[in-house]
Design a protein around this ligand. Structure first.
Ligand code: SF4
Length: 303
């Protein structure tokens, strides 16, 4: 099959638009959509980098289009997975000549994600590694970015991630939560340049550009609630090409009606911005210490 725009061989059929594109026009199509999301930004940008395909693709895109870029990585402490991806993330930063800050979760709160898994296992409590991981990542990446005078934080959420999160938030009746990257005046401004780009296209982009990235699944992903929503979104997209775009566009419009800026306080323990007395990161860290130290600790699943 030929490319719709030139005589070269097409490498991808874009089902939701019907287009057949060669490597060059595929790259152009992807970058044009991502560029719209970063239009007008000026200053220093930080990429939240894990070393996986999405964030590494974003790092290369950002370094090509934005003048001042740094990378921030949270090492959650997942043996055999994150150690390998951090090595690849560091290699990419070195090759691109950019500053790379790595935050170690165990040093920060005394627990890695592997420790949390063991602790829950010992106490026979329902696992929630991904909830901890997500809260800690948002907290530390924002904190480091603020400390480094970053103007924009770039997250690599793709269209599939966004559609899954939209369905999750609807299911939990939590429209006010918005889609990632969550907004807010006291946080460094967050942008998701790949929000309209399907996961498959990001993978092809990595291949076409020869980007060295970590391809492996986190061992905790198997139990993640998100898997159900991934399957649901895949079924919808297969039957109705363009369903992901429709879900995210509708969600964006609906959630705006519910997103109200609440009162922003400072966390009583760490001083970071929060809508509560104690921020979610401190509450979670306290729960873990209580759980570890008290054999009779009665645990509420609502961490
Ligand atoms: Fe963290 Fe869960 Fe993602 Fe693993 S799958 S990196 S535990 S959020």
């Amino acid at each position: 099959m030929k490319c719709d725009k030139c005589n070269n061989k097409a490498i991808e059929h874009i089902r939701y638009s019907g287009a057949h594109l060669c490597a060059e026009h595929f790259t152009e199509f992807l970058e044009e959509r991502a560029k719209k999301e970063i239009r007008g930004i000026k200053g220093r940008a930080a990429v939240a980098l894990s070393g996986g395909k999405d964030s590494t693709a974003l790092l290369h895109f950002a370094c090509d289009k934005i003048e001042e870029v740094i990378a921030i990585t949270l090492n959650e402490g997942i043996k055999g997975y994150r150690d390998e991806s951090i090595k690849i993330a560091a290699d990419n930063c070195r090759a691109l000549g950019i500053e790379h800050v790595i935050v170690d979760l165990k040093k920060e709160i005394g627990f890695s994600i592997d420790d949390i898994f063991s602790l829950y296992e010992k106490r026979g409590i329902k696992h929630a590694e991904c909830s901890f991981c997500g809260v800690m990542r948002r907290y530390y990446i924002n904190k480091v970015a603020k400390g480094m005078d970053v103007d924009y934080l770039l997250f690599a959420h793709n269209l599939d991630d966004m559609a899954q999160t939209a369905l999750m938030n609807i299911t939990h009746n939590d429209l006010a939560r918005g889609l990632p990257p969550y907004s807010g005046r006291v946080f460094v401004k967050r942008i998701a340049p790949f929000k309209w780009i399907p996961e498959r296209e990001v993978a092809i982009y990595c291949f076409v550009k020869g980007i060295n990235c970590h391809i492996a699944e986190c061992p905790y992903a198997r139990v993640a609630e998100r898997n159900r929503y991934r399957s649901a979104v895949n079924i919808l997209e297969k039957g109705t090409p363009g369903a992901r775009h429709g879900i995210v566009k509708s969600y964006d419009r609906i959630s705006k009606l519910f997103c109200r800026e609440g009162e922003i306080k400072r966390c009583r323990e760490c001083g970071e911005p929060t809508s509560r007395e104690i921020c979610k990161r401190c509450e979670m860290a306290n729960t873990l210490h209580d759980l570890k130290n008290s054999p009779d600790f009665s645990f509420s699943e609502e961490v």
